[in-house]
Design a protein around this ligand. Structure first.
Ligand SMILES: Nc1ncnc2c1ncn2[C@@H]1O[C@H](COP(=O)(O)OP(=O)(O)OP(=O)(O)O)[C@@H](O)[C@H]1O
Ligand SMILES: Nc1ncnc2c1ncn2[C@@H]1O[C@H](COP(=O)(O)OP(=O)(O)OP(=O)(O)O)[C@@H](O)[C@H]1O
Ligand SMILES: [Mg+2]
Ligand SMILES: [Mg+2]
Lengths: 230, 230
């Protein structure tokens, strides 16, 4: 489903300093697969997810989604991909402060035609209850706790039933019980809809929910061999 | 050092709905004590910290800091307490986007006289290195990873050597190794400077660093008896 080939990304500071964040990254993500991405703080996990989510550009290398190239595409093309095929759970939530919880969550549906919007809403009525936010729908983000904001961000990523969910530390502000519930909801997505999930996390206990894990270290991606390490 | 008596806090929605977040809370925090505050997402941890940090008002009840009453004080009085005696690590970091990392961290020192500012800066030169942010001092918050922003927020809370540190989920965006380092830095504060720390967290493994823990559930605070539970 997703294929990244020799992806490089650096940040430049002035004329002298270059920080190579991603160094010749190769990654494959298959339909219905749940992959965890771990690595130290500052190792490049968010940067990598942003490239796949089409909200940033690599310096070189190729990205293919369903065989179609994402690199070197127009902003309009990438915008379409972002809206229709990818659900992004941001590390800092990125909720719109002037919209209610419900409006925030249903925002991805505004760009779709009426018929599919109705179908997806029916499929997702359960989602608000599963995430424990059914009583918060008319509130604004500033009226929510950190974890409630995070759950709102998760609902928004799931509502359009995307092909790929990019989850950037989706449980960092949640207690143990809620974290387990979120993980089961995500796992159900892969089983029920063949959604692919790439999840950056610092919580190593969540690796149990993933099919496999990748480690990002010094700009390079390696497979985490859980069978050997345990 | 800190004494909260019969503290109540509710949020009102329209004329009909009242959510009682904190219900007759009594809390004591002694000099040099490291107390953990745990509870489900939405249980009121941030609300409680905001009351102690003088950035919110309770509906009723009393708060005493070093014997002086904080409830029913003027905004000017509370502002002084906030600046000089309390260091706050916010759940969402609250970094100023238009200031560099170094400017953000040293902001609490601007309101102090020149002599004590110099003394504290010498004491804190070590802090940047301990937190691994010494190479990031000239960057802006948007140029940092989530965990780097969190570490910047931690440095800012420590730099003025406050009497009380309120830490709202200070390690939610950090990997295991960095989390351990932060915990040791916080523990050193209590031992070296008799700083008191109240830390809200979802990571139960961090309770090992605390002297004792409190559980917030259904608006009420109870002691967590770790000796009995283990
Ligand atoms: N806009 C930017 N300009 C310059 N450097 C940046 C920018 N964004 C990120 N960086 C740097 O790129 C590196 C990787 O950042 P990234 O946010 O991808 O890390 P991360 O693995 O998500 O970390 P964390 O676990 O702390 O969230 C960091 O060193 C960061 O400081
Ligand atoms: N400004 C506000 N107006 C209305 N309700 C609010 C407001 N701020 C917080 N709340 C509600 O108060 C309750 C407690 O919120 P609080 O942020 O203190 O929880 P928390 O324990 O810090 O949660 P988390 O672990 O998710 O950060 C939540 O139900 C939240 O929705
Ligand atoms: Mg990140
Ligand atoms: Mg909170």
């Amino acid at each position: 489903l997703l294929h990244m080939q020799a992806i490089n990304k650096s940040y430049l500071f002035g004329k002298t300093e270059e920080i190579k964040v991603l160094d010749t990254i190769n990654l494959e993500l298959h339909r219905g697969e749940f992959v965890a991405l771990v690595g130290p703080s500052g190792s490049g996990k968010t940067t990598l997810l942003n490239l796949i989510g089409c909200i940033d550009h690599s310096d070189s290398g190729e990205i293919y989604l369903d065989g179609k190239a994402l690199h070197n595409q127009s902003e309009q093309f990438l915008k379409n991909i972002r809206r229709n095929r990818i659900g992004f759970i941001f590390q800092n939530f990125n909720l719109i402060q002037t919209l209610t919880v419900q409006e925030n969550i249903e925002l991805p549906l505004w760009s779709m035609n009426k018929k599919s919007e109705q179908e997806k809403l029916l499929l997702r009525k359960q989602l608000y209850t599963d995430l424990g936010i059914q009583d918060l729908l008319n509130r604004f983000p500033y009226q929510l706790s950190g974890g409630q904001q995070q759950r709102t961000a998760i609902a928004r990523a799931l509502i359009s039933n995307p092909d790929i969910i990019l989850a950037d530390e989706p449980t960092g502000n949640l207690d143990y019980k809620t974290t387990q519930e979120i993980m089961h909801i995500l796992k159900k997505e892969t089983e029920k809809f063949q959604t692919s999930i790439l999840m950056a996390t610092h919580d190593l206990s969540l690796l149990n929910f993933a099919d496999r894990a990748l480690i990002l270290r010094d700009g390079q991606l390696v497979n985490y061999d859980s069978q050997n390490s345990q």
